[in-house]
Design a protein around this ligand. Sequence first.
Ligand code: NAD
Length: 388
Amino acid sequence: MTENIVIGIGGAGTMGTGIAQVVATYGHKVLLYDPYPEQLESSRDSLNQILNRQVEKDRMSEEEVEIIMSRISFVDHITGFKKCDVVIEAIIENLESKKDFLGRIEGIVSRKCIIGTNTSSLSIASISSGLKKPDRFLGIHFFNPAPLMKLIEIIPGLTTRDDVIDKIRKLITNWDKISVISKDTPGFIVNRVARPFYGEALRILEEGIAEVATIDWAMKELGGFRMGPFELMDMIGNDVNYQVTETVFESFYYDPRFKPSFSQRRMVEAGHLGRKTGIGFYNYNDVSKNPDPVKDRQLGREILNRILSMLINEACDAVFMQIATPEDVDHAMINGVNYPKGLLKWGDEIGLKNVLDQMTALQVEYREDRYRPNPLLKKMVRQEKTFY
Ligand SMILES: NC(=O)c1ccc[n+]([C@@H]2O[C@H](COP(=O)([O-])OP(=O)(O)OC[C@H]3O[C@@H](n4cnc5c(N)ncnc54)[C@H](O)[C@@H]3O)[C@@H](O)[C@H]2O)c1
């Protein structure tokens, strides 16, 4: 079935290239479009390189690589898109460009073709306003790197048909990925619920409670997270991470829960973007300059409790505001950002009352709205309920 479905991808950048790898690996014919021929060339080179590395590691044969590559046509025009059954747009994050591109696509594809966008921060509603038939349009949000990350968030628009959602869910399962359904709200599930992982870590740093290495140590050693918040910010890039926080903050009408941090802003202003510039919260040019963590377990537990409670509170809000089901929120955080456990399950395990007590203590101490306990969390504790 997969073999017969032709997929068009708009934009041969990081995401478009990764998505092409995923769908070609699972048997689809792919048209990968970019208006810039040099971008197409670099996409082809990078795919060849990535797949050949699989051959070196004995995970794939040369023949398989050839077959996968032969399924992808790199094109600098969209006329061929008329035979596509699904089109996924992954061009630059600019509303007018996306509307223009999808309007042109709609003029070419059949009425049955499903059209998706991989946007991270624009609303599905705003992009769909450029389409004549938005009932076959939805968000199909991959995570970077697309071939490695299991999660895909599906974001229906106001008029997306159920059969369109069902078809995309089935396709995602065929690609051996996990889908969750999110309401069309800023940051969808992952980029919204994950904000305190960075924000509260930065706040703890700013208050002088602990240094970067100690906070990272606490989250990894005591929390089981694969990477600490600062290591992760350095890997994502402080510019990218700061931009996401700022967008979420503005989109939530400046809710203090999502307030960006001056410390991170200064890093961006100074060009300390992380791994890609050799320096961020850590020094990658001279690792001897990086301080060791203070391995004080009591301090570590305080740090973990504070960040984790903020995360669980945020996960409760996503359920409270009907963004997603508890199961989807948990799947999203495990498969989209590699959390060691679903946050709501984690909340059940440590006791929702303990989470509420931590949030209340922070709110009493700081008198900041940032720390307000979520109404659903309060209700669950009052009714002595758990999520699972
Ligand atoms: N990078 C990530 O971590 C990530 C994760 C999830 C979603 N996204 C989203 O995916 C989309 C693409 O992101 P990216 O990181 O791959 O960006 P990118 O800059 O690597 O690639 C964008 C591509 O779009 C092409 N392009 C620019 N203008 C175009 C136009 N008018 N028509 C067609 N193609 C055009 C560019 O040549 C480039 O190849 C964005 O919407 C982004 O928000 C990115």
